[in-house]
Design a protein around this ligand. Structure first.
Ligand code: COA
Length: 259
């Protein structure tokens, strides 16, 4: 697949994905969702040297201002399929074994806020604004917003957020635990990249198992504690663990190979 709406830039094995529909405030139309799905389902799993992925929006106004409302006009009976595809796509991000970080440089509304929440970490610029304004249109969040918002900020605030459609600024998002960092505008991507560099010095299998195990907490019918025991056992069998423990004893920096 060729990428028309996603701009991909590689640097030091970090992939920067820019949602590139600035005139529509980077709204997620069907084509963009297909490209995002393909990227995480087909393209990135083949890139073994990848350290992690940063998502951001083109321009200085928006990260992603939601699903493309102009495509909603003929949605009718297709709503459920649309939500299913969006959720499947965002699960690919949430379950990706390497860190995926949202660098939120402006509006993160509706599907944009849901996209940021599906990432493992969120860095907000000072101009970032977050909201789930779907009820303004007479619909509800469909890409996992009601669930991940509740996970991240709790039921009370999630209900307020989704029922009032109010936007919040970056400091408030930080206070609520919706974002991990607030940085000066324009510094979002650099901060996200430096987090990926830091995580890249750790054992890659361990990082993948951290992601899996923490996700397991939220999986229906999965005992997260049991999942953690199994994942811990798997990490103790790796060459990375032998290297990490030896490096500690020998007082040197570990050289992890992801094996
Ligand atoms: N879908 C499609 N187009 C969108 C969009 C979306 N979610 N959000 C913004 N745009 C488009 C606007 O239609 C406009 O295009 P136009 O110039 O061709 O008319 C352009 O982006 C700029 O937006 P505009 O509304 O003129 O900017 P603003 O500064 O006045 O307002 C927002 C910015 C983000 C507050 C406003 O665009 C908005 O409320 N967007 C919708 C957010 C939303 O409800 N998202 C959830 C969808 S389920």
């Amino acid at each position: 697949m060729t990428y028309e709406n996603l701009l991909l830039t590689h640097e030091n094995n970090i992939l920067l994905v820019t949602f590139n529909r600035e005139k529509a405030l980077n709204a997620l139309n069907t084509r963009t969702m297909q490209e995002l799905n393909y990227l995480f389902a087909e393209d990135l799993p083949t890139r073994k040297d990848l350290k992690g992925v940063v998502l951001t929006g083109a321009g200085d106004r928006a990260f992603v201002a939601g699903a493309d409302i102009k495509e909603f006009l003929d949605l009718d009976n297709k709503g459920q399929n649309m939500a299913q595809y969006g959720q499947d796509t965002f699960f690919l991000i949430e379950r990706f074994p390497k860190p995926v970080i949202a660098a939120v440089n402006g509006f993160a509304l509706g599907g944009g806020c849901e996209l940021a929440m599906a990432c493992h970490l969120r860095v907000a610029g000072e101009k970032a604004r977050f909201g789930q304004p779907e009820v303004n249109l007479g619909i509800i969040p469909g890409y996992g917003g009601t669930q991940r918002l509740t996970q991240l900020i709790g039921k009370s605030k999630a209900l307020e957020f989704c029922m009032t459609a109010d936007m919040i600024d970056a400091p408030e998002a930080y206070r609520l635990g919706l974002v991990n960092y607030v940085v000066p505008a324009g510094e979002e991507v650099n901060m996200a990249k430096s987090l990926i560099e830091k995580i890249g010095t750790k054992g890659p299998i361990a990082i993948a198992k951290v992601i899996e195990s923490i996700n397991a907490y939220f999986e229906d019918g999965v005992d997260g504690f049991a999942y953690e025991i199994k994942a811990f056992g798997e990490t103790t069998k790796t060459a990375d663990f032998r290297e990490g423990a030896s490096a500690f004893v020998e007082k040197r920096v570990a050289n992890f190979k992801g094996e």
